[in-house]
Design a protein around this ligand. Structure first.
Ligand SMILES: *[C@@H]1O[C@H](CO)[C@@H](O)[C@H](O)[C@H]1NC(C)=O
Ligand SMILES: *[C@@H]1O[C@H](CO)[C@@H](O)[C@H](O)[C@H]1NC(C)=O
Ligand SMILES: *[C@@H]1O[C@H](CO)[C@@H](O)[C@H](O)[C@H]1NC(C)=O
Ligand SMILES: CC(=O)N[C@H]1CO[C@H](CO)[C@@H](O)[C@@H]1O
Length: 486
C-alpha cells in the first residue's frame, strides 16, 4: 500500500515536472564572435533545455518567412546548414522541442505590421512558416514581433486585432501538423496593454514568454536593475504596482486571465552597464550618464554578457552587492555600475515561477552563459543552476544523459583567424561534436558537426599560412607554440 502510494505520487510528480519548460533562446550570430565568445550549434548542451529556439528568421515584403543568413542557416551553396544541425540536437535529447523564432528587435515592427494587416500576406506567412518548419525539422514557431502598435509599426492600433487574426489563422494552419506556436511578448502593464488582446493570446498560443528584462537600463537617468524580481532598494515609498518588476508583470498577466500553465518568465543571461554621474553615489537609483563598459565579445556599450562579466570579476576588483529586496546582484567599480543576474538570482526567479505554477522559464540567451566554464570551473553555470532549481525536490524536468560524457566539446572554440575550409574527403572518425586535431598533419584540424541522422560529419580545415592547429587553445597558432610531433 505504502509502496503503491509512493509510486503514484512519484508518477504524478514526474508528469508535472516534465511539463515544466526551460526554453533556451540561441542567438545564432554568436557564431561570428571572436575567440572564446564564439558559440556555434556544436556548443549547445541539448540536455539542459526542454525547448531550444533558433533566432531569428525574417519576413519579406510578400509576408514570406525567410532566412536572414542563408549561408549560416541553409545547406545550399556550401552553407553551414545550421537549421538542420540545430534540429539534429534532438538526437541527443529525445524530449527536446525545437522552435524557429521570427522577428526580434532588429527586424523592427513594420514588417509584421504590414503582413498581419493583409489577408494574402498572412496566408503567405503561414504557408511559408509551415513549409520551413517541416523542411528543416522544427517543432514550432515563435513570434517575436517587437511590438504590435509600437516603434516603427505601420498600422498602429490596428496591429492589436490584426495580430489576433494572424494568431487565429496560424493556429488553424499549425494544428494540421501538430506544430507549436509561441510568442515572446512585452511584459509590463504599460507596454503589454498597448500591444495585445491578452485573452486572444491565451486562446491561440501554446506558450507566451514574458520578456521580463530590460525593465530598467542605461537609457534611464538613474541606475536600476535589468530584471528585479521585486520592488528593491532605492524604490522607497513608490507603490510596487508602478514599478517594473518580474512579479508585477506576472501578476498583471495572471490578473488579465492569462493561464499560468502557458506562461513563462524571461531570465536574462546578460546585464546592463552604467556610467555613474558621481562615484560616491552608487546605490540603486543613483544618477547615471548613460551606457557604461562593453564586453569583448558582444561589444555593445550598456550591455554585457554574463560570460564577459564573470570573467572581469576574476581579474578586477569590484564591489559586489546584493539588493535584498529586488533579489538581484549588482556591482560597482569607480564610476562603473553593472546590474546583472547570476546563478543564485536566476534560481530564485525559477523557484518563483514554479511556486506560482507557471509553465517555467525562458532564457535570453544561452550563448552568453559561461559555456566554457572559465569562471567557476563548471560550464553553463546559469543554465545548470536553473536546472537544479527545477529538480530540487522533484524529478528533473530534463533528462541528463547517463553514462556518456557530453562535456567533451565544451572547451572547443575556434580561432578568429580565417581558416580555409577545403573539400578534401576524409577518413577521420569524429569522436564527438567539436574541434579535433588532424592525426595526419599539424597544419589541419576537423570540426565535427551533426548529420541529419545524428551521426557526426568531419569537416576538414587547413590553418592559414604556416600556422599549426593548437588543440589546447583551439586556435591556429605559431608552430613554436604548438606541441605537435608529426
Ligand atoms: C567622493 O568622496 C571623496 C571622499 O569623501 C571626496 O574626496 C571626493 O571629492 C568625492 N567625489 C565627488 C565627485 O563628490
Ligand atoms: C534545495 O532545497 C533545499 C530545501 O528547500 C535548500 O536548502 C537548498 O538550498 C536547495 N538547493 C538548490 C540548489 O536550490
Ligand atoms: C566521464 O568523465 C569522467 C571525469 O572526467 C571520467 O572519469 C569518466 O571515465 C568519463 N566517462 C566516460 C563514459 O567517458
Ligand atoms: C484582419 C484585420 O483586422 N485587418 C485590419 C488590419 O489593419 C488594417 C489597417 O488599419 C485594416 O484595414 C484591416 O481591416
Amino acid at each position: 500500500m505504502l509502496i503503491s502510494k509512493l509510486l503514484v505520487s512519484f508518477i504524478f510528480v514526474s508528469v508535472v515536472a516534465t511539463e515544466k519548460k526551460i526554453i533556451c533562446y540561441y542567438g545564432t550570430w554568436a557564431t561570428y564572435r571572436n575567440g572564446l565568445g564564439k558559440f556555434d550549434v556544436a556548443h549547445i548542451k541539448a540536455e539542459l533545455c526542454t525547448h531550444l529556439v533558433y533566432t531569428f528568421a525574417g519576413i519579406n515584403s510578400q509576408g514570406t518567412v525567410v532566412s536572414l543568413d542563408p549561408y549560416l542557416d541553409l545547406p545550399d551553396n556550401w552553407g553551414r546548414n545550421n537549421f538542420r544541425n540545430f534540429n539534429a540536437l534532438k538526437q541527443k535529447n529525445t524530449k527536446l522541442k525545437t522552435i524557429l523564432a521570427v522577428g526580434g528587435w532588429n527586424e523592427g515592427s513594420a514588417k509584421y505590421s504590414i503582413m498581419a494587416a493583409n489577408e494574402n500576406l498572412r496566408s503567405n506567412f503561414i504557408s511559408s512558416a509551415v513549409h520551413m518548419l517541416l523542411t528543416y525539422g522544427f517543432d514550432g514557431l515563435d513570434l517575436d514581433w517587437e511590438y504590435p502598435n509600437r516603434r516603427d509599426s505601420v498600422h498602429g492600433k490596428a496591429d492589436v486585432d490584426n495580430f489576433t487574426k494572424l494568431l487565429k489563422e496560424l493556429r488553424t494552419g499549425f494544428d494540421k501538423y501538430g506544430l507549436l506556436l509561441s510568442a515572446a511578448v512585452a511584459s509590463t502593464r504599460d507596454t503589454a496593454s498597448l500591444s495585445y488582446d491578452i485573452p486572444a493570446l491565451a486562446q491561440y498560443l501554446d506558450i507566451v514568454g514574458l520578456m521580463t528584462y530590460d525593465m530598467y537600463g542605461p537609457w534611464d537617468s538613474v541606475t536600476g536593475h535589468n530584471s528585479p524580481l521585486h520592488k528593491g532598494e532605492g524604490d522607497g515609498n513608490v507603490p510596487k504596482e508602478s514599478l517594473n518588476t518580474v512579479d508585477v508583470a506576472v501578476q498583471y498577466w495572471l490578473s488579465q486571465g492569462f493561464p499560468a500553465e502557458k506562461l513563462v518568465i524571461g531570465l536574462p543571461f546578460y546585464g546592463h552597464t552604467y556610467n555613474l554621474a558621481n562615484q560616491n553615489k552608487s546605490s540603486v537609483r543613483s544618477p547615471s550618464y548613460g551606457p557604461g563598459i562593453a564586453g569583448p565579445y558582444t561589444v555593445t556599450n550598456g550591455n554585457i554578457g554574463y560570460n564577459e562579466f564573470c570573467d572581469l570579476l576574476l581579474t578586477q576588483t569590484w564591489d559586489l552587492r546584493f539588493d535584498n529586496l529586488a533579489k538581484v546582484p549588482y556591482a560597482v567599480q569607480n564610476r562603473n555600475w553593472v546590474s546583472y543576474d547570476d546563478a543564485a538570482s536566476l534560481s530564485a526567479k525559477t523557484k518563483y515561477a514554479l511556486n506560482l505554477n507557471l509553465a517555467g522559464v525562458m532564457v535570453w540567451s544561452i550563448e552568453t552563459d559561461d559555456f566554457h566554464g572559465l569562471c567557476h570551473g563548471e560550464d553553463f553555470p546559469l543554465l545548470r543552476g536553473i536546472n537544479r532549481a527545477f529538480s530540487n525536490g522533484s524529478t528533473p524536468s530534463t533528462t541528463p544523459s547517463s553514462g556518456s560524457n557530453t562535456t567533451t566539446t565544451t572547451t572547443s572554440t575556434q580561432s578568429s583567424t580565417t581558416t580555409v575550409p577545403t573539400t578534401t574527403p576524409s577518413k577521420f572518425t569524429c569522436p564527438a561534436l567539436g574541434w579535433f586535431p588532424d592525426p595526419d598533419s599539424c597544419r589541419s584540424y576537423y570540426v565535427c558537426t551533426l548529420n541529419e541522422d545524428g551521426s557526426f560529419r568531419p569537416n576538414y580545415f587547413l590553418c592559414p599560412s604556416k600556422l599549426y592547429w593548437d588543440q589546447s587553445k583551439m586556435v591556429c597558432n605559431y608552430p613554436s607554440l604548438v606541441n605537435c610531433d608529426l
